[in-house]
Design a protein around this ligand. Sequence first.
Ligand SMILES: Nc1ncnc2c1ncn2[C@@H]1O[C@H](COP(=O)(O)OP(=O)(O)OP(=O)(O)O)[C@@H](O)[C@H]1O
Length: 222
Amino acid sequence: MLVKDIKVRLGDKEILHGISFSTEGGINVILGPNGSGKTTLLRTLIGMIKPTEGEIQINKRISYVPSEFFPAQMRVRDVLLSGEKRRKIDDYIENAKILGVEDFLDREFYSLSSGEKRLVLICKALTEGDLVIMDEPLSNLDLANKTRIMNIMKEVSKMKEFLITSHELDVINISNKVIIVKNGEVVYQGKPSDVTEEVLSKVYGVRIRKYEIDGKAIFVVN
Ligand SMILES: Nc1ncnc2c1ncn2[C@@H]1O[C@H](COP(=O)(O)OP(=O)(O)OP(=O)(O)O)[C@@H](O)[C@H]1O
C-alpha cells in the first residue's frame, strides 16, 4: 500500500494534515497517542472517509476489523458471512479453529465477551483479505489471547500483509515496519529496531525506557 499526502477534514477541523507512508510485506504497526488520527486514517484507507487531498494505492484485497462492532441481533456465523455472498461457513472453519471460536458459530454475537467478539472479527478478516487492516486488535484481550493473536499474525504474515493500530508497544517486537502518527502527521516510519526510547518518549510525552529480555524489547514508563 502506498499513501501519498492524505488530508482529511471532519466537521470544520482538519484531522490528517498530509499523511504519506508505504507498507511492506508482513506486519505494519501504526502507533500514536489517543486522538492522534489512527482510526481516522484507517477509515480513510478503507474508503469510509473521503480525503480532501491525496492518493491511496492498494493492489490487494483488503479486509477490515474495526475497534468496536455492534451488529443488530445476529448469530456468529451470520456475522462471519455478512457482506460475503459467495462464501460458505466452511471457508471460515480453519481460522475459527486456530482462533478458538469454532464453538461459537450458533451463539448470538452480542452474547460473546468483548475478547471473544474480537477473535470472531479477526477470523472474518483473516479469511477474507490479503491485506488485513485492524484497528486495535489487541485491546480487550487477556495476556494469553494477546500473545496468541500476535503469534498467529506473525505466522500468517508470511502469506498476508497486516496494517494494525495499537497502544501496546510490545507489538513492535513482531512488526516489520512501524509508523508513528501524532497530531495528524507521520512523525516516524521505519524499522522496529530503530524505534528508540527517545522517539517514543517524545511522541507520548512521558519518559519511556526500553529493556531487552530474551531478545524482545520491553517498554516501561518511568
Ligand atoms: N466526526 C468527527 N468530527 C470531528 N472531529 C472528529 C471526528 N471524528 C474524530 N474526530 C477527532 O479527530 C481526532 C483523531 O481521532 P481518531 O479517532 O482518529 O484518533 P485515534 O488516534 O484513533 O485515537 P485513539 O487512540 O484514542 O483511539 C480526535 O481529536 C477526534 O476527536
